[in-house]
Design a protein around this ligand. Structure first.
Ligand SMILES: Cc1cc2nc3c(=O)[nH]c(=O)nc-3n(C[C@H](O)[C@H](O)[C@H](O)COP(=O)(O)OP(=O)(O)OC[C@H]3O[C@@H](n4cnc5c(N)ncnc54)[C@H](O)[C@@H]3O)c2cc1C
Length: 402
């Protein structure tokens, strides 16, 4: 990455990408070989990008995402022993012994998807961007303002520098500052709960089965990792999550063993604990004049259906393809038609999942009696309707390329 760029006060580039998270990195890498100058601006220091710390997120990757990561040269950067197959997913409701099961058809025999820790995906994407030499990186500095005109886009950085770009792409979290600066609103759904994620070892094997369990007053998911280890995902009001994060490890072990009714035997914390507020966001527009939103900045999903990064990766691929198409037709890389096509295709691919995910998350975190009855019925109905189950499984496996 070009370090001489660090000194200049005004920098010119073709595409300025705000945020070197997984979506920003994937997008920059997808443009490798296009001949375009891409500048990534990231507020975290470079060391945190090159070697990101474990952040508790275990990302369920669909087949399509695995394929895209392979194309980007990132897949081989993920150690194979850190890729955990997801053989089956079960949904349980309260104390009911009834389980709705999602498993691949017998003839397929392949897992539903795989789980990979988010920090390993970030590291692999950063490495492939660096090795491809496809972007200049300005790390450790935040973008403070964004402005675009029909002629160009201008970013101001916290250290006083300015960047002028043909196109500005914002991949700066679901609470995107650039989105706000550009006057683009977003639907926000605050679930009023937080999510705790941590790795735990347990006595009984998980069999590669992910379990989502909607107990009264809490939601627990156990995501199967290597050996007798899982990622526990607990959804509770923020105050209770804070208490769980602050608890002594032994007390935490006892508490999560109790909360999982010892289904997996005794649980033992085997790493750091992380908390995330549950707010889903959907931008009202994904594109504007010389401007596009990407990743969580466009669509910030509730994690329950494990689609956020999968959609972000598909969006990065889509936007890069539109830009390459515009270039091939001799058009501007900020061609309004190309940006509109990206917006429409990405909206079509994400809106149904976004609304369905919010409905599921709301139904399963509502402990009022009607909701309890309804979700029991939904589970049984889903089980009775084999085509519905097949459809959900196909979605999980991304059988239809998004
Ligand atoms: C608990 C949990 C579990 C999840 N599980 C799954 C799953 O199973 N499957 C799945 O597909 N997805 C999952 N997700 C979602 C996934 O983690 C996100 O969709 C993904 O990280 C979004 O990537 P991003 O690059 O858009 O944003 P981020 O990861 O938020 O990165 C944005 C980057 O922008 C930088 N930035 C922000 N503002 C500025 C600024 N002003 N200037 C410069 N830089 C800036 C930030 O420092 C950051 O590095 C999960 C999320 C959570 C919280």
């Amino acid at each position: 990455m070009d370090m001489t760029a660090q000194d200049a006060r005004v920098l010119e580039t073709d595409i300025a990408v705000i945020g070197a998270g997984p979506a920003g990195l994937a997008f920059a890498r997808a443009l490798a070989g296009s001949g375009l100058g891409v500048t990534l601006i990231e507020r975290s220091p470079e060391a945190a990008l090159a070697n990101p710390a474990f952040d508790g997120r275990e990302i369920a990757l669909t087949y399509r995402s695995q394929h895209l990561l392979r194309e980007l040269g990132a897949w081989e950067g993920i150690p194979s022993e850190q890729i955990s197959p997801l053989r089956e997913a079960r949904v349980l409701d309260g104390g009911s012994p009834f389980a709705l099961t999602f498993a691949p058809g017998r003839q397929e025999g392949a897992p539903l998807g795989v789980l990979v820790a988010n920090h390993l995906i970030r590291r692999a994407l950063f490495t492939t961007v660096r090795e491809a030499g496809c972007a200049d990186l300005l790390a450790g500095v935040a973008v403070t303002s964004v402005e675009t005109t029909p002629k160009e886009g201008t970013l101001r950085l916290a250290d006083g520098r300015e960047i002028r770009a043909q196109l500005v792409v914002a991949a700066d979290t679901r609470f995107s500052g650039a989105r706000r600066q550009m006057g683009i609103g977003a639907r926000m759904h605050d679930f009023g709960k937080s999510m705790l994620v941590a790795r735990v070892s347990h006595e009984k094997p998980h069999g590669g089965i992910a379990t989502e369990w909607f107990g009264h007053g809490q939601t627990v998911a156990m995501l199967p990792l290597a050996g007798d280890t899982s990622s526990i995902v607990l959804t509770l009001p923020a105050r209770q999550i804070e208490a769980l994060v602050a608890m002594e490890p032994e007390a935490f072990d006892a508490e999560v063993t109790r909360r999982t009714a010892a289904r997996w035997g005794e649980l033992r914390l085997s790493g750091t604990r992380h908390a995330y507020p549950l707010v889903a966001t959907f931008a009202r527009r994904f594109a504007g004049t010389r401007f596009a939103l990407l990743g969580d900045a466009a669509v910030g999903m509730h994690p329950v259906t494990a689609h956020g990064f999968n959609l972000g990766l598909a969006g990065a691929h889509r936007l890069a393809a539109e830009i390459r198409g515009a270039l091939a037709r001799g058009r501007s890389i900020a061609d309004p038609g190309a940006l509109l096509r990206y917006e429409m295709a990405h909206r079509r691919a994400t809106w149904p999942l976004f609304t369905a995910t919010n409905a599921i998350a709301s139904l399963y975190t509502d402990d009022r009696a009607p909701a309890r009855v309804l979700r029991g019925a939904v589970l049984r109905l889903g089980a009775a309707l084999t085509p519905v189950r097949r459809l959900v499984t196909a979605q999980l496996m991304d059988a239809e390329a998004a």
